[in-house]
Design a binder for this molecule. Structure first.
Ligand code: PLP
Length: 376
C-alpha cells in the first residue's frame, strides 16, 4: 500500500525542475546574490498579481508582519486584535514590536476570526486588526474593513496561507492597509527556503518598510531608524519568478482536490467539512475537517489520527493548542474556557493530505482509510 504524505514538494519540483535549475545557474554565475534585478522584478510581478502598487520582498512571513506593524508605528502600550487560531508567528510579530495581542474567538464554520466579536474587543489602546486567512480561506474582509473604518483602525492581513485567495473578487493582501505573505516552501507559493513579502497601495508605508527592512538605511550608511536585516535572496526571488505564473493553476488544482474530498466525504456522519464562505474564493493551503464525536478533549481525534497513520495516511493537527492558552502568553491572563469555539476546534480538527499534485486515487485511499477508522 502507498504511503500518503500530508504534502509532497518533490512532485512539483519534477514539473518545473529544469526551469528552476536554469535560473539558479544564472544567479550563481552573475555573482549578484543580494538584491539586483531578480528581486526588483519579482516585487513588480507579485504586486501586479495581487493587484497593488507596492510590494516589498523580505526574508519571511514573520518579518513581513513585523515590518508592517513597525511601519504603522504600533508599539508598546498598543493593542492589536487577532485570532487565537493561527501559527504563532502572527502574535509573535505583535509582541516583537512591544504591542499586546488581543485574541477574539473564531467562527467554527470558517476557522477564521469571528467578525461579529471584534467591536466588543476594541479599547482606546486598539491600533489595528490583524485577521488571518487561515488554511487559504479568506476572512470576511467587507465586515473587517467596515469596523476598521468606523473606529479608525489599521488592517493588516496575514495572507501567509492564502496567496491567491479572493474576497469579493479582490485578492487578499490588496484589501486591508497592508498584506503580509510567506514563501515558506509549504505555502501556496513556496520558495526553496525562506521568503516573504509585504503588499500595500500606500506609498508612505511602502517607503518606511523598505527602510526598516535594510537597517533603517535611507542612503548608504545613513540610518534613520532601528531596522532589521530582512532581504529576500536573489536566488529565492529568481525561483519565485519562475513559480508565480504557475500559481493560478496550482490553486485551481487545490480547489479540485477540496471538491473531491467534499464529494467523497459529504455523507459521512460525525464529521463537519470545511465550507467556502459566499463571496470568498479559497485556495486550500489545508483541507481541515472537524471530528464532532468529542468536543472536550482531543482523545477521539488523536485516536483516528493514529489509526490513519497505521493505514499509511499522514494527517496533521493544525493547531492543537490555541494561542491564548500558550505558555508564552500566560501573563496575558486568559483562562481555559474563555474562547470556547477555538478551544473546541483545537480538540476536533484534522487536516487531510492536501497539495496540487495529490491524485484522485490517493484521495480515494485517504477517504477509504478514514471510513475504516470510523467503523473500528
Ligand atoms: C507560515 C505562517 C507565517 C510565517 O511565515 P514564515 O515565512 O514561516 O515566517 C505567519 N502566519 C501564518 C498564518 C503562517 O501560516
Amino acid at each position: 500500500m502507498n504511503q500518503i504524505p500530508p504534502i509532497d514538494l518533490t512532485r512539483q519540483y519534477q514539473t518545473i525542475g529544469s526551469q528552476v535549475s536554469a535560473v539558479v545557474q544564472d544567479v550563481l554565475t552573475s555573482g549578484r546574490y543580494i538584491g539586483g534585478s531578480s528581486v526588483a522584478n519579482f516585487e513588480q510581478q507579485f504586486a501586479a498579481y495581487i493587484g497593488v502598487s507596492e510590494c516589498i520582498a523580505c526574508n519571511s512571513g514573520t518579518d513581513a508582519l513585523y515590518l508592517a506593524l513597525r511601519a504603522l508605528e504600533i508599539g508598546p502600550g498598543d493593542e492589536v486584535i487577532t485570532t487565537p487560531f493561527t501559527f504563532i508567528a502572527t502574535s509573535e510579530a505583535i509582541a516583537a514590536v512591544g504591542a499586546t495581542p488581543v485574541f477574539v474567538d473564531i467562527d467554527l464554520a470558517t476557522f477564521n476570526l469571528d467578525v461579529t466579536q471584534i467591536t466588543a474587543a476594541i479599547t482606546n489602546k486598539t491600533k489595528a486588526i490583524l485577521p488571518v486567512h487561515l488554511f487559504g480561506q479568506p476572512v470576511d474582509m467587507s465586515s473587517i474593513m467596515q469596523v476598521a473604518q468606523e473606529r479608525s483602525l489599521a488592517v493588516i492581513e496575514d495572507c501567509a496561507q492564502a496567496t491567491g485567495a479572493e474576497w469579493a473578487g479582490r485578492k487578499v493582501g490588496s484589501i486591508g492597509h497592508i498584506g503580509c505573505f510567506s514563501f515558506f516552501p509549504t505555502k501556496n507559493l513556496g520558495a526553496c527556503g525562506d521568503g516573504g513579502a509585504v503588499t500595500t497601495n500606500d506609498k508612505n508605508l511602502a517607503a518606511s518598510i523598505r527602510i526598516l527592512r535594510e537597517h533603517g538605511m535611507t542612503e548608504r550608511y545613513r540610518h534613520e531608524a532601528t531596522g532589521i536585516n530582512s532581504r529576500l535572496d536573489a536566488l529565492q526571488a529568481a525561483i519565485l519568478q519562475i513559480k508565480l505564473p504557475y500559481l493560478a493553476r496550482w490553486n485551481d488544482a487545490r480547489r479540485q482536490v477540496a471538491d473531491n474530498y467534499h464529494q467523497l466525504l459529504k455523507s459521512l456522519p460525525g464529521i463537519v467539512l470545511p465550507q467556502e464562505l459566499p463571496g470568498g474564493r479559497a485556495v486550500w493551503n489545508q483541507y481541515t475537517l472537524r471530528l464532532t464525536q468529542e468536543c472536550h478533549s482531543s482523545d477521539y481525534r488523536d485516536k483516528v489520527r493514529n489509526q490513519l497513520q497505521q493505514l499509511g495516511i499522514s494527517s496533521m493537527v493544525y493547531y492543537p493548542l490555541p494561542l491564548h492558552l500558550q505558555p508564552v502568553y500566560k501573563s496575558l491572563g486568559y483562562q481555559k474556557g474563555q474562547l470556547p469555539m477555538v478551544e473546541q476546534a483545537c480538540h476536533q480538527v484534522l487536516s487531510l493530505p492536501m497539495f496540487p499534485e495529490l491524485s484522485f486515487e490517493e484521495q480515494q485511499q485517504v477517504v477509504y482509510s478514514l471510513k475504516d477508522c470510523f467503523v473500528n
